[in-house]
Design a protein around this ligand. Structure first.
Ligand code: PLP
Length: 399
């Protein structure tokens, strides 16, 4: 018998070697108690959270929590069924209406996760004989959506407008084309030149899908994302998003103005063949989305936080993923996995949690300490964080 696990041996060995050095496992930390969107207890110690997707700090919003509790009482703990059978409750419809209002679009479809939204929309829209042109740094759920469908997949260099155009022009006349972009790329926290890319995609007869997972709620005058910020939202055929970041719960969605959009509810397998989200989740999401429509002050504070942290870390001598703050994600580039893990642990001992990110999630084999800011981080917390980075960076020898 061939042991099917043998393909994981290199990873098992890498993990063993890393942990043998005595470093704490960066992928097995427990949040023992969560005190607020920005503070949790880890290893018995209060720790500032700088590695969550809780950009707008909605997880402890009193209205959001009250809506979830009420729905639990009124509708029970789960739907036990697919959206197309017994799994559509009033809460699912209300959530889709909130999304339509939030984006000013005609159609909204809620999925059980953002991962499934990409899986479903991409694999259903681009089939045999069609072409998908996508950024090489696309999220795993986008790549997996491509795999699940039968389209030809043509990647181009990250954020490279010329490379994208070249790939589009090589596609045979008459073939269906879907260009897939992200507003914010989550590893380095950089944004896409969506306006120019979408213009070229449209000139070449392609439909466009933009994943705004990391920009919804925060970027753009109404928090609709990078496409709104760059004034090209009307040209996007499908916006994909998630409730697991700014919305502060779990779930995914697609919004669109396409007149035939509703047919997807019958043909999109990751929508049909899975249970719908629990009503409590729908009610928390709906309340959160509606509050995010009035989140201008929080958005402004989050920009302040992001710019202050970027400047502060750069001034201390760290190498960052972007020349300036472009989103709520600030990526600190580590020389290698060993020193990345040591720095991660040193920060944890300081009382700070960040994400340790490494290949294959990261581009170009990089090890990153990914910091994601929250609108609930105070200005003082941001200064404390910069001090923690300085001490940890000196202790590990990174600065
Ligand atoms: C760009 C992007 N798209 C989609 C997803 C999936 O979101 P979810 O957590 O809802 O599955 C993520 C999650 O990290 C993401 O970063």
């Amino acid at each position: 018998m061939t042991d099917l696990f043998s393909k994981f041996d290199p990873l098992i060995e890498q993990r063993r070697a890393l942990l043998a050095g005595g470093v704490e496992d960066p992928f097995n930390l427990v949040m023992e108690r969560v005190i607020s969107p920005t503070v949790a207890v880890c290893n018995g110690r209060e720790t500032i959270l700088l590695g969550t997707y809780n950009y707008m700090g909605m997880t402890f919003d009193p209205d959001v929590i009250a809506a979830g509790k009420e729905a639990l009482d009124d509708y029970g703990s789960g739907t036990t069924g697919s959206r197309v059978l017994n799994g559509t409750y009033a809460g699912h419809k209300a959530c889709e209406q909130a999304l339509k209002d939030f984006y000013g679009m005609d159609h909204a479809m809620v999925f059980s996760t953002g991962y499934q939204a990409n899986l479903g929309i991409i694999s259903t829209m681009a089939g045999k004989g069609d072409y998908i042109v996508l950024d090489i740094d696309s999220h795993a759920s986008i790549w997996d959506g491509c795999k699940l469908g039968d389209a030809e997949v043509v990647p181009f260099k990250h954020n490279d407008i010329v490379a994208m155009e070249k790939r589009l022009k090589r596609i045979p006349e008459g073939a269906g084309k879907l260009v897939i972009l992200e507003g914010v790329y989550s590893m380095l926290g950089d944004i896409a030149p969506l306006k120019e890319m979408i213009r070229i995609a449209k000139e070449n007869g392609a439909m466009v899908l933009v994943d705004e997972a990391h920009s919804m709620g925060f970027i753009g005058p109404n928090g609709r994302g990078v496409a709104e910020d760059q004034g090209c939202l009307d040209d996007v055929d499908f916006v994909i998003g998630t409730f697991s970041k700014s919305v502060g719960t779990v779930g995914g969605f697609c919004v669109s103005n396409h007149p035939k959009f509703e047919i997807l509810r019958l043909v999109c397998r990751p929508y049909v063949f899975t249970a719908s989200l629990p009503p409590s989740v729908m009610h928390t999401a709906t309340t959160s989305i509606r509050k995010l429509m009035h989140g201008a002050n929080k958005r402004a504070h989050l920009w302040e936080n992001s710019k202050t942290l970027h400047q502060g870390l750069r001034d201390k001598g760290f190498t960052l993923g972007t020349p300036e703050a472009q989103s709520a994600i600030i990526a600190v580039i580590m020389p290698d996995l060993e020193r990345g893990a040591a720095m991660w642990e040193a920060l944890l001992h300081e009382g700070l949690y960040v994400n340790l990110a490494r290949p294959p999630a990261t581009p170009a084999g990089m090890t990153l300490l990914r910091c994601s800011l929250c609108a609930e981080h105070s200005a003082e917390q941001v200064q404390t964080i910069i001090g923690m980075f300085e001490r940890a960076g000196k202790a590990v020898g990174i600065i």
